[in-house]
Design a protein around this ligand. Sequence first.
Ligand code: SF4
Length: 69
Amino acid sequence: ALKKLPASNPQAIALKYVEDASKTTEAAHKPGSICGNCQFFTAATGACTLFAGFSVNTKGWCSAWAKKA
Ligand code: SF4
């Protein structure tokens, strides 16, 4: 299994990653956008293309979010 992405991960910080999308105060956050509906997320494993080797939270979010096609 993948390791959970630590909040202290430098890239997580750079991309304003949060485990709970409802808690972000980032203006870039669009209502309803979460890892679970991001094109970089793999639901089966929690993997994110941008954070190799880690899993992110389905209900998380970061500023690289892009709508799943
Ligand atoms: Fe979540 Fe998408 Fe950001 Fe990855 S790129 S952490 S799946 S919002």
